[in-house]
Design a protein around this ligand. Structure first.
Ligand code: PAF
Length: 282
């Protein structure tokens, strides 16, 4: 893997591919790579000729009391994984490279940015969209791949690309799960052994609602109640939100139509987990 740490060296690596008409596939990450990221890389590879992965723990998407400082940064291990996966270019800018000290212009995520995750993490999506817009300008990819585990992020990135006319195709990468259903996430590393078994509660609650939906339940309140009851069996897990939204608008919808999205966020001790499932009638 070839490594760039600033936009000029990144351009030096990518300009030749661009002028040869190669398709650039981009996977933005915050590092601490796991099989979920590797599956996004494989997806990028399937849609492009040259794969670029960025690793940047973006300070502007963390709240003041969140885990920015303790977020894992295993750079050597991550670069080895990228090498093993035949990634062409790794982009690892520093905070100083990404944010001039007097940077003041940001991307406003619009109303959906203040709902669900946005209620619990104010300014999170402003930080995400701003850094993704900057990375898009620096990498100038043909396609970019984002995981469906961060469903609200994916929705807002698609909106940004549409509303601000980025000529980039956004591709969704499926959530990769442990055998017991837990969605892979770099933050799973924070779970203590005792918390690990409780971490499947969210997936199990979403699955309960998915089964209820399959058997004909369409009332939003009934589906929410089923999920909350399922999680309430475990007093250690607390719910930030759990509901169903339209995939077209990311707004709650009642009665709940086919192909809607169940979304939820829970806390287990100090660890916050999110997940989602698509509802299918058949
Ligand atoms: O999903 C993530 O890892 C981050 O939010 C992203 C898209 C890399 C932006 O920092």
């Amino acid at each position: 893997v070839q490594i760039a740490r600033e936009p000029s060296s990144l351009s030096a690596l990518l300009d030749g591919f661009r002028s040869a008409g190669r398709r650039l596939g981009f996977v933005p990450t915050m590092g601490a790579l796991h099989d979920g990221h590797l599956s996004l890389i494989d997806k990028a590879r399937a849609h492009s000729d040259v794969v670029v992965v960025s690793i940047f723990v973006n300070p502007t998407q963390f709240g003041p009391n969140e885990d920015y400082l303790k977020y894992p940064r295993p750079e050597t291990k991550d670069l080895q994984l990228l090498t093993d996966r035949n990634v062409d270019v790794a982009y690892l800018p520093s905070v100083a490279v990404m944010y001039p000290s007097d940077a003041s212009v940001t991307v406003d995520p619009g109303p959906v940015g203040s709902e669900f995750e946005g209620r619990f993490r104010p300014d999170h999506f402003r930080g995400v969209l701003t850094v993704v817009a900057k990375l898009f300008h620096q990498v100038r990819p043909t396609v970019a791949v984002f995981g469906s585990k961060d469903a609200q992020q994916l929705f807002l990135i698609r909106q940004m690309v549409r509303d601000l006319n980025f000529a980039i195709e956004i591709i969704e990468g499926e959530t990769v799960r442990e055998a017991d259903g837990l969605a892979l996430s770099s933050r799973n590393a924070y779970l203590k052994a005792a918390e690990r078994s409780q971490a499947t509660r969210l997936y199990r609650a979403l699955s309960v609602a998915r089964t209820a939906f399959k058997s004909g339940v369409r009332s939003l309140e009934q589906l929410k109640e089923a999920m909350i009851d399922s999680i309430a069996q475990d007093r250690v897990v607390s719910v930030d939100y759990i509901t169903a939204v339209s995939r077209d608008t990311f707004v709650e919808i009642d009665p709940v139509p086919d192909e809607s999205l169940l979304i939820g966020a829970v806390r287990i001790g100090s660890v916050r987990l999110i997940d989602n499932l698509v509802l299918k009638a058949a």
